[in-house]
Ligand binder design. Structure first.
Ligand code: PLP
Length: 603
C-alpha cells in the first residue's frame, strides 16, 4: 500500500489502494459545498501513518508505508528550507540515552490538540473519578467525604455502573454472545438457552461478516447497511441508498471523518448551536476551523431562530469566514428539545439559500418523551419532502441541499455506548466527494464489528410474532417510561427550588436548568477565580458526589446582570445533568439539600 502526497494541502491526491469505490447513485445538479476543490486539504494525523504524525510533509514526497525507516530517512534529508524541522534542535541522532530529549512535549505536539476542550470529561469528572477511587478503597471516612457514592450525572452513559446501571436489552446481548462465540450454536444444550430468532439473527450476521474478529468492508457489512437503508426508508417514506451509508465507531467517528473532509483550513466556518454538545467545538478546534455560533432560544423550547442563523452566516462571511456547514443536534443535547417540523423546514430552506451542508446529529431520535405533540422527524424526511412541494422554486431543495445524518447505538434505549456503533447517511453529496469520503473511511479500515452488529439490532428489532418480541417490547417500554418519568420528576424537583428554572425535556437524556445565585455567592466565585457555573458544580460535587457539567462547557456562558460594582449582582448560569441516576429520589434529595443550604448560606 502506498501513500502519495504531492503537497500536504491536497487530500484529493492521497491515494490508497483499497479497491474500487462502490458505485455512487447520488445525482444532483446543484453546485456542492463539498466538492474535490474545497474538501479538506489537511491530512489528519490520526489517519496517516504514525510515522508522519504532526509533521508537515515536504512537497512531492513519496512515502512507502511499508518502511518507517525510509520515511524517517526522507524526513531527515529534507532541506532546512522546507517546513520540516524534525531533529535539528533536539539531538535525535545521539546514541547516548543520557542525552535523549523528549520528542513529545507540550510545545512540540500538534498545537490544535492543546486547544481542544471537552467539558463532559473535564476537571470535574477527574475529581469525581478521584472520589470514586477513594470510595472504592473504603477510605471515604478517613478522607472526610460527606457521601458514600459518586453519581456520574455528567455523561449520557446509561449502562455505567453502579449508579446508572441501565440493563442491556436481552435480545441484543444474546445476538452479541452468539456472534462472539458461534460455538454456542453448535450444541443443542447451549443453543437452547437462546430464542430461535436470536440464533437466526446471529447466523445471518455471521454469514455476512464471517467472524467478528475480521475486518469488514470499510463502509461496514453490506447486509447491515441494507438493513439501515430499509429502516431509513420505513422511517421517512423516501428512498435511501446502502452505498451512501457508512457504519462508524459511534456517531463521533462519523463526525470526525466528515469534519476532516470538510475542513480545508482555518478560514472554514462551521455553524454550531449554543448550547452545543462539545464534540463539535472540540472537533473544530482539532481541525483548526472557525466555529460560527447560533443561539438556541430557551424561551421557545430551545428552537432555532433561523433568521438570526442566516444573519450569523452573512456576518461571518462578510469577515472572510468560508461558512460551509451547519450542525443541528435534534433532539438536543444539552437542551432536551425536539425541533418542530416547521423549524426544520426553515433550517433546510436557509441551508439552501446560503449553500450550507447540513450535519444532522440525530443520535437521540428514539428518546422522545412527547411523541404526539413533538414527534421526532428526521432532516432527511423534511429535506426529501420538499420534492413534493407545491412551490416549484422549493422542489429543487430536495435534490440540492447536502445533508449528512448521524445515528448511534450509544443512546436510545439500548445505551450501548461502549460498543462504539453508529452510522451516517450521505444525501445529495457529489459522487466525487463521496469517493473521497470512502477513501478516508478506508484508512480507518472498518468500525468495530460488535458496534456494527449493535446497529443491525437498532434498526431491525424483533418483530411481532417472533419469539423475542414480547421480552424486547417490555424492556424497551420500561426504559422509555423510566426515562420519561425521571425527566419529569427531576424537573419538578428542580423547579421547586429557589433560584432554579428548568425547561421540560421533549427528548434525549438530559435536563438543563438555569440557576440564579445571590450576589454573595457570585463574589465568592469571583474571589476563587472560577466561573460561577464551574464554582457551583465543584461545590455540588464536593458536597454530594453528584457530578454535573457547567453550562459554559456547552458554550452557554454565565449571564451577568450588572450591579453597581459592574459585577453581576444576581448572575445566572446553566448546568446539565443526565436523567439516568438509578436512585432518582436519592439523587434529588442530595441535590435539594445541597442547593437549599447553599442558597441559605449566601442569601
Ligand atoms: C449529540 C451527541 N452526538 C454525538 C454523541 C456521540 O455519541 P457516540 O457514542 O455515538 O459517539 C453524543 C454523546 O453523548 C451526543 O450527545
Amino acid at each position: 500500500m502506498m501513500f502519495t502526497i504531492s503537497t500536504s494541502r491536497n487530500l484529493a491526491r492521497l491515494r490508497i489502494s483499497t479497491g474500487p469505490s462502490p458505485s455512487s447513485s447520488s445525482s444532483s445538479s446543484s453546485s456542492h459545498c463539498l466538492s474535490p476543490r474545497n474538501i479538506s486539504t489537511t491530512v489528519p494525523s490520526s489517519t496517516l501513518s504514525r510515522s508522519l504524525t504532526h509533521r508537515t510533509i515536504a512537497s512531492s514526497t513519496i512515502i512507502p508505508t511499508s518502511s518507517s525507516s525510509s520515511v524517517l530517512r526522507q524526513l531527515r534529508s529534507s532541506t532546512p528550507s522546507t517546513p520540516l524541522t524534525l531533529a535539528s534542535t533536539r539531538g535525535m541522532a545521539s546514541s547516548s540515552s543520557s542525552s535523549y530529549q523528549k520528542v513529545l512535549t507540550k510545545s512540540s505536539i500538534n498545537p490544535h490538540v492543546l486547544n481542544v476542550e471537552y467539558a463532559v470529561r473535564g476537571a470535574l469528572s477527574n475529581k469525581a473519578n478521584d472520589y470514586a477511587g477513594i470510595i472504592a478503597e473504603g477510605k471515604q471516612k478517613e478522607k472526610g467525604l460527606p457521601f458514600d457514592s459518586v453519581v456520574t450525572a455528567n455523561i449520557g452513559n446509561p449502562q455505567q455502573q453502579p449508579f446508572l446501571a441501565q440493563k442491556p436489552l436481552t435480545f441484543w446481548r444474546q445476538v452479541a454472545a452468539l456472534t462472539e462465540y458461534p460455538a454456542l450454536l453448535d450444541e443443542e444444550a447451549l443453543r437452547s438457552h437462546f430464542p430461535q430468532d436470536a440464533q437466526d439473527r446471529a447466523k445471518a450476521i455471521l454469514e455476512d461478516v464471517g467472524s467478528v474478529g475480521a475486518y469488514s468492508h470499510s463502509k461496514g457489512a453490506a447486509s447491515i447497511r441494507k438493513h439501515i437503508k430499509e429502516y431509513i426508508e420505513e422511517r421517512d417514506g423516501h428512498p435511501s441508498d446502502a452505498e451512501m451509508i457508512y457504519l462508524t465507531s459511534g456517531a463521533s467517528g462519523g463526525v470526525a471523518l466528515l469534519m476532516s473532509v470538510l475542513i480545508s483550513g482555518p478560514e472554514v466556518g462551521v455553524m454550531i448551536p449554543i448550547p452545543q454538545y462539545p464534540l463539535y467545538s472540540a472537533t473544530l478546534s482539532f481541525y483548526n476551523a472557525t466555529p460560527v455560533r447560533y443561539q438556541l432560544d430557551a424561551n421557545d423550547d430551545w428552537s432555532v431562530d433561523v433568521k438570526a442563523m442566516g444573519e450569523a452566516v452573512d456576518e461571518a462571511r462578510s469577515k472572510g469566514t468560508d461558512v460551509r456547514a451547519c450542525v443541528i443536534i435534534n433532539p438536543g443535547n444539552p437542551t432536551g428539545s425536539c425541533l418542530s417540523v416547521e423549524n426544520i423546514q426553515d433550517i433546510v430552506r436557509m441551508a439552501h439559500e446560503k449553500s450550507l451542508v447540513l450535519f444532522a446529529d440525530e443520535v437521540y431520535q428514539t428518546n422522545i418523551f412527547q411523541p404526539s405533540t413533538r414527534p421526532f422527524v428526521s432532516f432527511k424526511k423534511v429535506l426529501k419532502d420538499f420534492g413534493k412541494s407545491e412551490k416549484e422554486e422549493e422542489r429543487s431543495i430536495a435534490t440540492d441541499v447536502e445533508l449528512v445524518s448521524f445515528h448511534s447505538i450509544s443512546k436510545g434505549v439500548s445505551g450501548e455506548c461502549g460498543r462504539r456503533g453508529g452510522y451516517f447517511e450521505l444525501c445529495n453529496i457529489s459522487p466525487e466527494v463521496e469517493s473521497e469520503v470512502y477513501k478516508m473511511a478506508s484508512v480507518n479500515l472498518c468500525p468495530s464489528l460488535q458496534g456494527q452488529i449493535g446497529v443491525d439490532l437498532l434498526v431491525r428489532p424483533p418483530k411481532e410474532g417472533e419469539p423475542s418480541y414480547e421480552v424486547y417490547t417490555k424492556e424497551v417500554g420500561a426504559i422509555h417510561d423510566t426515562l420519561k418519568s425521571r425527566s419529569v420528576s427531576i424537573r419538578e424537583a428542580f423547579n421547586a427550588l429557589p433560584g432554579v428554572e428548568c425547561n421540560e425535556a421533549q427528548g434525549a437524556l438530559y435536563l438543563f436548568p438555569q440557576i440564579t445565585l445571590p450576589s454573595k455567592a457570585v463574589r465568592e466565585a469571583e474571589e476563587a477565580g472560577q466561573k460561577l457555573d464551574l464554582w457551583y458544580c465543584f461545590r455540588l460535587l464536593d458536597a454530594t458526589g453528584i457530578c454535573c457539567v457547567p453550562g459554559s462547557g456547552f458554550g452557554k456562558e454565565v449571564t451577568t446582570s450588572s450591579g453597581e460594582s459592574g459585577r453581576g449582582d444576581k448572575d445566572r448560569f446553566w448546568f446539565r445533568t443526565t436523567i439516568l441516576a438509578k436512585e432518582t429520589d436519592a439523587f434529588v434529595k442530595r441535590f435539594e439539600k445541597f442547593h437549599r443550604e447553599l442558597m441559605k448560606k449566601y442569601e
